[in-house]
Design a protein. Structure first.
Length: 887
RNA sequence: GGACAGUUAGCUCAGUUGGUGGAGCAUCGGUCUUACACACCGAGGGUCACAGGUUCAAGUCCUGUACUGUCCACCA
């Protein structure tokens, strides 16, 4: 007996050992000059503040499956790990910590605050990395990256300066989304729109000369002091006469023009619109086209500015109340309605964002987008393809990307203003003096870059760009990017733009967008809802492999995953099953590996069958993974191991093992071979349990024990593909199941051995059954087995027909005769129904003449089989009825 | 308003090119059969959302409807 394994699989200890082993041995650190087709993936860098959540677990598991599989296929695999500095999030976390000490970042000052963030990162930044390790990810830890690393920061500066020089980065006044709490600008897609209930106020604006008036509708009366026009649709008969006249803004008395623009929706509200260019995105655009005055009345803290006249100093909320009251008092409040409308919120802190005009830096995304669009699908394919249109649409309607943020933690913008000449200097290295006037007094821009700016460079910055590295030469572009569709725009599209612009190549050949993990009710998991499943807890409870298998098995393309703890618990059973099947194998193997047996000419139907099935599963899992059908790969492995290898094959070789000698030796070799290959197939999904078993299995003479992580994908064995032999197993299995069913339904104890009579259809079938009688005897638990082509069966028998073979179990003593009668009738009714169905088809002239000949032939055969079964069963039933009459 | 997905057994989901509707869990009955009770054996359970159409044949292809969900854009 070879090494024994503990009775149940205990993941904790096993996982810890293998994690340490792989890290110490640098198993997943590739050599750029090693042979093999390159294969690379960059990790979607988790926030350094983050804790591993179930979405990461899914993402990392799928990537790991791909990487381990690629390694098995002989590829030179690089998986780069790393974290993202997550500007706003991290700053918020550290500010909260400071608040507990009663301090603000302003108290510390910029430099001390940033030092403080680095300290925080040193203390807590490894947490998320440890959690990645817990998942068993085969990343190269020697190439760990962080977006604020020196190298990556250099890449950021280089990109910024080059884009600036190419006029693809510019600075300008623009209306942006301002988070009054985070005190920073947000990019368009960092704003989340949510429906909320508000009001729509209809307010009368009088003409300057008092001759007429116009009623406008607004949801934000506090912006009235910033109005610089009233706008109507040019074709609107109601207002045509007013266009070109001058209206008076209530409260502040400003004289503003009434303009016409087809942007206005005549159906909405009153069909007349007040225009506040500084506090609304659309009004901003109107202001530009119509050369309106730009008056800012709300400051960055949400307080009314000087320009708001009588309302200056009020908060915007207080201003709203006061201005509405004033207008009402003046008799100009025409109507107040309830209105459901979307309001923008900060995606980090959920504060309502305020459109705000300020000087910001922008990337001319409109100029970079066309290349990113054109690259798909020629250079980069997106899986599943349903995201194609979304990707195109986003790029087609893209606006320039606001990249400056008014926070401290991040890549500071490499731009300086000269105190002497006032010119702007943009440079990779910090300048010591102004290149224009020589002045030494330079002031660096206070802002930092949007976190996604550095993330956009990730595929090449992590490989050492802008230096000319071996990594870049070998592994750029990457093979596939695996990520959630929720960051298709934030991240994927921007990496496409930057990769194409700076590397001249799309950063990945494939993009696989996986699903979102939801709870059992289909809701998005979130901390605030408290419905999240904590992967760390699941690993602790059920083992990492169980979690990984669950996620893989549910990762069907383009579909969200509804996860619950029960499912993970369920798949733990599978991991345990792998373990126990291996224990069984080990109990039946010797210390040394079994002596090789030629497999393509092997005797024994069960061996031929399992080897044939193994070939099929090898091909199937490989193809499924190549096509990102993770669930199919997992399902194929699951089914083969459990329903075929364990339920049938292991049971069938038990007698072989007892028989000893050559029969045993053959069974040992096939068992050893199939199990080893199966472990390799499953390893990408469940690395720990397979590694542990692999290490305990005997090794072929002259070979050294190896790490399963380095084992190649099992080669195809074409000689073992034997569909005919495999099909013959169906007869054996069918007869066994028939006997088991008879026992179960007639309440005969499964342990009770019965006599079995078989009447095969012909000599060939009889020979097959005869040759495999030991399988029938063992698995059907038979006392005796007799078979004859012409059989006189006892009248009191339970019976069934399997592939034409009559299966007869003589009933003795106190058996449930009525039960057998019910059983037969039910079976006959089913046959009858099927026969009617087939005959209907065959009697259809159109079917016979138009369907392919093979299909028609198959139907005829099926009909014949059904009729044959029915005839035989009816005869058996007739005898049974006689027996009952006699009995 | 635009785009995309989903609707199949009590639950969660598979269903590849149209050709006899599957799995896991759950349920019911029976078993300690020398790896596994985290197991084994067996059983029940479905007008494939609805309505049309194409076809000899539709869960599968086409059109429409209903419901659910997601994303984008927002009309002040």
């Amino acid at each position: 007996m070879a090494d024994t394994l503990p009775k149940g699989y205990e993941p904790k200890d096993v996982e810890d050992r293998w994690r340490a082993h792989w890290e110490q041995e640098k198993t997943f650190t590739p050599d750029p000059s090693a042979p093999g087709e390159p294969f690379s993936i960059v990790i979607p860098p988790p926030n350094v503040t983050g804790a591993l959540h179930i979405g990461h677990a899914l993402n990392l598991t799928l990537i790991d499956v791909l990487c381990r599989h690629a390694r098995q296929k002989g590829k030179n695999v690089l998986w780069v790990p790393g974290t993202d500095h997550a500007g706003i999030s991290t700053q918020n976390v550290v500010e909260r910590a400071l608040a507990k000490e009663g301090k603000t970042r302003q108290d510390l000052g910029r430099e001390a605050f940033i030092d403080r963030v680095w300290e925080w990162r040193a203390d807590y930044g490894h947490r998320i990395l440890d959690q990645i390790k817990a998942l068993g990810c085969s990343v190269d830890w020697t190439r760990l990256r962080f977006t604020m690393d020196e190298g990556l920061s250099k890449a950021v500066r280089k990109v910024f300066v080059q884009l600036y020089d190419e006029s693809l980065i510019y600075r300008g006044d623009y209306i942006i989304n301002w988070c009054p709490r985070c005190h920073t600008a947000l990019a368009d897609d960092e704003v989340e729109h949510e429906d909320s209930r508000g009001h729509l106020w209809s307010i009368r604006y009088h003409l300057e000369d008092g001759s007429d008036s116009v009623v406008v509708a607004t949801t934000r009366p506090e912006t009235i002091p910033g109005d610089t026009a009233v706008c109507v649709h040019p074709d609107d008969e109601r207002y045509r006469h007013l266009v070109g006249k001058t209206a008076v803004v209530p409260g502040v008395g400003r004289r503003v023009p009434i303009i016409a623009d087809s942007y206005v929706d005549r159906e909405f509200g009153t069909g007349a619109l007040k225009v506040t260019p500084c506090h609304d995105h659309n009004d901003w655009a109107l202001g530009r086209t119509h050369n309106l005055e730009f008056v800012q009345v709300i400051d960055e803290n949400g307080v009314m500015k000087e320009a708001a006249g009588p309302y200056a100093g009020l908060t915007k909320q207080a201003c709203r109340e006061k201005i509405v009251a004033d207008i009402e008092a003046a008799g100009d409040l025409v109507k107040v309605e309830e209105l459901q409308h979307a309001v923008g919120h900060c995606y980090r802190c959920h504060t309502v964002v305020e459109p705000h005009v300020s000087a910001q830096w922008f990337v001319a995304a409109t100029k970079l987008a066309p290349a990113a669009r054109a690259a798909v699908p020629e250079l980069t394919r997106i899986f599943p393809e349903t995201w194609l249109k979304t990707y195109y649409h986003w790029l087609d309607t893209i606006r320039d990307w606001c990249i400056s943020r008014q926070i401290w933690w991040g890549h500071r913008i490499p731009a300086w203003t000269c105190a002497g000449c006032g010119k702007l200097i943009v440079a990779v290295e910090d300048p010591s003096q102004c290149p224009h006037c020589g002045c030494r007094e330079l002031r660096q821009d206070e802002d930092v870059l949007d976190t996604w700016f550095s993330s956009a460079l990730w595929p090449f910055s992590t490989m050492g760009w802008p230096d000319d590295t071996k990594e870049l030469a070998r592994w750029y572009p990457t093979n596939v990017l695996v990520t959630g569709f929720d960051i298709l725009f934030f991240w994927v599209a921007r990496m496409m733009m930057m990769g194409l612009h700076f590397m001249g190549k799309a950063p990945f050949a494939h993009v696989y967008l996986h699903a979102l993990v939801r709870d059992a009710e289909g809701h998005k998991m979130s901390k605030s809802k408290g419905n999240g499943i904590d992967p760390r807890e699941m690993i602790e409870k059920y083992g990492c492999d169980a979690l990984r298998f669950t996620l893989t098995a549910f990762a069907a393309m383009g579909r969200d995953i509804r996860l619950s703890e029960e499912r993970i618990e369920g798949y733990r059973h599978f991991v345990n099953k792998v373990w126990n099947a291996s224990r069984f194998a080990m109990m039946n193997l010797d210390e040394a590996a079994p002596a090789p047996v030629r497999l393509d000419t092997i005797e024994g139907l069960h061996h031929q069958w399992i080897l044939h099935r193994l070939e099929a599963v090898k091909a199937e899992m490989d193809r499924a993974l190549e096509e990102y059908r993770f669930n199919d790969a997992a399902q194929a492995g699951y089914k083969f191991l459990w329903s075929e290898f364990c339920d049938w094959y292991l049971e069938l070789i038990k007698p072989d093992m007892q028989a000893g000698q050559e029969r045993k030796a053959t069974a040992q070799y096939v068992l050893w071979t199939v199990l080893r290959e199966l472990l390799v197939l499953l390893h990408p999904i469940i690395p720990f349990v397979t590694a542990e078993i692999w290490a305990a299995l005997p090794v072929a003479a002259g070979e050294k024990a190896t790490d399963i992580a380095l084992e190649p994908y099992p080669a195809a064995r074409p000689g073992c593909v034997r569909p005919d032999e495999a099909a013959r197993m169906e007869l054996i299995q069918g007869v066994i199941v028939a006997v088991r069913t008879i026992k179960a339904e007639l309440n005969i104890s499964p342990a009770r051995k019965v006599h079995l009579l078989l009447q095969p259809v012909d000599a060939v079938q009889m020979a097959l059954l005869e040759a495999n009688r030991h399988m029938l005897e063992t698995l059907a638990r038979l006392e005796t087995l007799d078979m004859q082509l012409d059989l006189e069966a006892p009248k009191a028998s339970a019976s069934a027909v399997v592939l034409g073979c009559q299966v007869i179990v003589p009933l003795r003593g106190t058996v449930d005769l009525a039960g057998e009668m019910t059983r037969l009738d039910k079976e006959l009714a089913k046959l009858e129904k099927d026969i009617i169905g087939v005959n209907k088809k065959l009697q259809n002239e159109n079917f016979v003449s138009r369907a392919p000949a093979t299909v028609v032939e198959a139907e005829r055969e099926r009909a014949a089989r059904l009729v044959d079964s029915k005839t035989k069963l009816e005869a058996l039933r007739a005898r049974f009825v006689e027996a009952m009459a006699e009995g």
